[in-house]
Design a protein around this ligand. Sequence first.
Ligand code: C2G
Length: 148
Amino acid sequence: MKRILTYGTFDLLHYGHIRLLQRAKALGDYLIVALSTEEFNNLKGKQTYHNYETRKKMLEAVRYVDLVIPEESWEQKIDDVKKYQVDVVVMGGDWAGSDKFEYLKDYCEVVYLDRTEGISTTKIKEDLKLQNPISGIDQIPEPNEKEK
Ligand code: C2G
């Protein structure tokens, strides 16, 4: 069982994210997504449209994703790789060569996949002319019995 791990905010989930997840999963058998919490996003200078729970539920609905865990710090990656017996950490090309990932090569394989051009959460917000991003749905209604 080849285990893959990737990190990100995944706000306003779009096809750039989906293509990343699809290609990451194709590298192995089990894909873990470490999803940035609100607190960590603050550290990254990112304000999200959807809160953590909503972003988590959306990722868990993606066929390529097997597990979603919280990303709370820059420093947790080695522990994550060990705890989840990760074989490959995968990120988009905008992270290629970053000191935030290169050091992981001592613990696992690190793969950077080409970033999908023409789409980003920021672009979506700008194109929708959202000046003051409001918080998303706080609580996604659970599917009822017959919808499951
Ligand atoms: N991505 C992509 N193509 C896009 C947009 C994003 O391939 N058009 C990739 C990014 O390279 C990243 C993943 O999708 O690998 C998630 O992107 P973001 O949610 O923007 O995550 P980021 O802010 O880069 O967080 O510790 C690392 C950080 O948490 C990564």
